[in-house]
Ligand binder design. Structure first.
Ligand code: FAD
Ligand code: SF4
Length: 511
């Protein structure tokens, strides 16, 4: 083969222009590697999901007449490193040209750039992954060198550029954002559609990972792998979402219920992040469903969903490329402590954390508010080191790739970037959790109690955080009201809250 074309595990884009015509002199290469299984401790479902999806993709390419070299993790020839595998294949084929798609992760981008630099004899060509709606450097293009970017301004610009939910140059329905309508609590009596699950038998891959002693976290039922692993299944999941769930998506976006792990969420993130399905396809399918039946799918549902995909998803990617590699070292509150121990086994009496973590271990999934306002909120309130928090989020979720995990975790959830991504820290006392969920109904702690033995720990830790970081928070205009509320409280009451919060922190087992 004259040419080698590399496909990474998250480049499963069957619509890519590479596949629009046959290239008989090209060998498509895909590698399962220890480099990827070991750069952090992943959930077992995440490793399995990537490998199964990659194997399906390689088979589909081969069936369509392409030449494919696929190295499984246990292959004797596998060098277990991306660049060593590339070297070996180039030598074996005497190839003179390499095609590469731009990786989304900084780590892989650097690795390949350095490799290209050292291989001047082989002609390397870079291609866009043809997945995103905006460019890596879109923030610079649109907003110059400012450090304060507003997702809302970014989102409006993408709406205008794509024409999604636009009527001429005005937003559909007259408003850009219907978030105010999207804060409803779900009743535990409300019957919810059962999530669409796939049932792949992944026994062989699980056995291979066990034999190779790959260290993973979380649980798996090997005969019932539930996530989509092909483009066809990704489309099925999306169709299920637009038919069954989208009509209530916006309303209950922030709701949480004991024993209901996915509610009205799409669970499309794994399919999107592996590129089995594109954001354009997802958005256009959802908009078409809304246009067909606007009575059933109201504007606040569709706008809420579209904003996540063309707003937040593109925006966090842009932040990532604008601020890497410095971003992964930011630590605004200078926290150093390990995560609470129960993040690894869900063994805690705090009911909201127990349920959010247990379902993460069981399904490699939690929805946005569980990630932000339960596990993220608690990690921040307990002064956890953002490096440890990042490693946990990067490992545990099936959709976790650093370009999307890092800005969400370090920026949005931990405020470790000091406000580049979020306008204020996402912290709350128990009352927010009670408002949006039924976790508190069956909790050991009393969400109404502000102090005392049974007081909800979020109530203590929230004010402890406000007190401890007064000097940093006072510079943030959005925190003024809260700071004033704290200042006005009775001195004895304040002292008691701080003492009890400190005692809780001192006794919190860390991992
Ligand atoms: P839905 O609620 O159905 O939303 C639809 C889609 O919108 C998602 O699939 C996703 O592609 C996109 N989306 C929604 N919110 C965001 C967001 N804040 N950033 C980027 N895309 C968004 N998302 C990941 O894909 N990978 C991660 O590693 C990841 N880590 C996160 C860590 C933290 C601390 C937080 C707070 C959020 C994180 N998110 C991450 C964003 C979001 O929580 C997930 O995208 C979402 O929960 C995936 O479930 P879903 O497909 O059912 O989403
Ligand atoms: Fe969580 Fe507090 Fe509610 Fe218990 S009472 S579920 S700890 S918010």
């Amino acid at each position: 083969f004259r040419r080698i074309a590399l496909l990474l595990g998250d480049q499963l884009n069957a619509q890519h222009s590479w596949f629009q015509e046959q290239h008989p002199d090209t060998l498509f290469v895909m590698f399962e590697m220890r480099q990827e299984t070991d750069y952090c401790q992943h959930h077992i479902q995440k490793v399995v999901g990537f490998f199964v999806a990659m194997r399906h993709f390689a088979n589909a390419l081969a069936n369509a007449g392409r030449s494919v070299l696929y190295l499984t993790l246990d292959e004797a020839d596998n060098q277990q490193s991306l660049t060593a595998n590339l070297d070996a294949v180039i030598d074996a084929c005497a190839a003179t040209e390499v095609w590469l798609q731009q990786p989304d992760e900084y780590r892989l981008d650097r690795q390949l750039l350095e490799w290209v630099e050292q291989h001047k004899k082989v002609h390397c060509s870079w291609f866009d992954s043809e997945h995103f709606l905006t460019e890596r450097d879109v923030l610079k293009q649109w907003f110059g060198t400012s450090r304060n970017y507003l997702m809302e301004s970014f989102y409006r610009r993408v709406r205008k550029q794509t024409g999604y939910l636009m009527e001429n140059d005005k937003p559909a329905g007259g408003k850009w954002n219907y978030d105010k309508d999207n804060r409803k609590k779900l009743s535990s009596r409300q019957s919810l559609p059962q999530p669409l699950l796939f049932g792949h038998d992944v026994t062989a891959i699980v056995k291979m990972l066990t034999q190779a002693q790959v260290k993973t976290i979380g649980n798996i039922t090997a005969e019932q792998f539930i996530w989509p692993v092909t483009r066809r299944e990704s489309k099925q999941l999306l169709d299920f979402f637009v038919t069954e769930l989208l009509p209530s998506f916006g309303d209950y976006q922030d709701a949480m219920l004991v024993d209901q792990w996915s509610l009205y969420h799409s669970r499309i993130s794994f399919a999107l992040n592996t590129k089995m399905i594109s954001p354009r396809y997802v958005v256009e399918t959802a908009i078409a469903a809304w246009q067909r039946d606007p009575e059933r799918i109201s504007l606040n549902q569709i706008e809420g969903f579209i904003r996540q995909i063309i707003g937040w998803r593109e925006f966090v990617r842009a932040i990532y490329w604008q601020f890497m590699p410095d971003y992964e070292r930011l630590n605004h509150f200078e926290y150093q402590q390990a995560l609470p121990k129960f993040y690894w086994d869900a063994d805690t009496k705090l009911n909201c954390l127990h349920h959010s973590i247990q379902q993460s271990l069981d399904f490699a999934y939690a929805h946005h508010i569980q990630r932000l306002m339960i596990t993220g909120n608690f990690a921040l309130l307990t002064a956890s080191d953002p490096n440890a928090v990042d490693a946990w989020y990067l490992g545990i979720y099936i959709d976790a790739l650093q370009w999307v995990e890092l800005p969400n975790t370090r920026g949005m959830s931990q405020f470790a970037d000091g406000g580049i991504l979020a306008t204020k820290p996402y912290v709350s006392s128990g009352s927010y959790i009670q408002k949006m969920s039924n976790y508190c109904d069956t909790c050991h702690y009393d969400v109404k109690a502000k102090t005392g033995e049974n007081a909800c720990p979020f109530n203590l830790l929230y004010w402890h955080f406000i007190d401890r970081h007064h000097d940093k928070l006072v510079k943030n205009g959005r925190m003024g009201l809260i700071l004033k509320q704290w200042e006005k409280r009775d001195a004895n009451e304040k002292r008691q809250i701080i003492q009890e919060a400190q005692a809780f922190l001192d006794n919190l087992p860390r991992s």
